[in-house]
Design a protein around this ligand. Structure first.
Ligand code: FAD
Length: 250
């Protein structure tokens, strides 16, 4: 259902969608309006980089079909910069170019392109691929690589899923789910999904910072995260997940 492929994640999303009375048909092709009786159809069949016009003008595209740029947002044509949704960006975990069109990256790369075009020397190192979306009231935070994506990128990933309260139960703690992925060969964290009604954005951003710092699971497991009963648990679900991951890695 989301680009961060993981059966556990899909299952949670399906449950939430079902609760909202939204049905999901996988691997089903709609050939005519009669296939799905409905009053209104909204057709959203994915999207691609809008890079045809620059490509015709001689701007080189990358393997993702978005514009290939260096860390100064320069294209192959002198004096021509690209930023935002039309351009590729470096994936900090794999070191390979990716196309992750988000407003967060568009702002940063636009700033770098503008600075360089105006004569400064600015650089953008890349992204780990962090996003958050709301599905039927459930916050779904994603960062880095899922286990299957990590395998495709040549890592030997291991992952854990932890379900734990987001804060003390006597402060109405609610379930937060953490899926954490690490590389068996190096112990390095590779990605995470965090799902819950509350307390998701802070947790996914914490993992995003750790991924950017190439942090290993055992170091992450001892991070000095804040705790007070109205806001968190003494063993944050992130740390519990990292500890379980460390056991698997050892
Ligand atoms: C429904 C929706 C929700 C989103 N929510 C989020 C979110 O929550 N968080 C997040 O990080 N990102 C989100 N995004 C993505 C974010 O909006 C984009 O990544 C961001 O706007 C990209 O900025 P941009 O400047 O590269 O492109 P755009 O904002 O698309 O701007 C490109 C502009 O160029 C114009 N243009 C195109 N072709 C030409 C041409 N040939 N000549 C002249 N002008 C042209 C277009 O009309 C447009 O005005 C969302 C996107 C959508 C569609």
């Amino acid at each position: 259902l989301l680009t961060w492929e993981d059966e556990r994640l899909t299952q949670i999303l399906l449950e939430r969608l079902q609760r909202c009375q939204i049905g999901v048909n996988f691997n089903a092709t709609v050939r005519s309006p009669d296939d799905v009786p409905c009053d209104l159809a909204v057709f959203t069949a994915g999207f691609t980089p809008n890079a045809a016009a620059p490509a015709e003008a001689g701007v080189e595209l990358g393997r993702t079909r978005a514009i290939r740029v260096n860390d100064r947002q320069e294209t192959n044509l002198a004096g021509l910069y690209a930023a935002g949704d039309c351009a590729e960006v470096n994936q900090l975990i794999t070191g390979r170019p990716v196309w992750i069109p988000l407003g967060t990256t568009a702002n940063k790369t636009g700033r770098v392109a503008g600075s360089n075009a105006a004569g400064k020397r600015a650089r953008f190192d890349g992204v780990v691929g962090t996003s958050i979306v709301r599905v039927g009231g459930l916050a779904v935070g994603l960062t880095g690589l899922s286990e299957s994506a990590a395998r495709q990128e040549g890592f030997s990933p291991v992952s854990v899923r932890v379900d734990a309260p987001d804060k003390a139960l006597y402060f109405r703690g609610r379930r937060v789910t953490v899926i954490l992925v690490a590389d068996r060969a190096t112990g390095r964290l590779l990605g995470a999904a965090v799902l819950g009604d509350e307390g998701v954005v802070g947790r996914i951003n914490t993992v995003a910072a750790a991924l950017t710092a190439h942090m290993k699971a055992d170091v992450f497991a001892d991070l000095d995260l804040a705790y007070a009963p109205p806001y968190a648990t003494v063993n944050d679900p992130l740390l519990v997940a990292a500890r379980q991951l460390t056991k698997l890695l050892n």
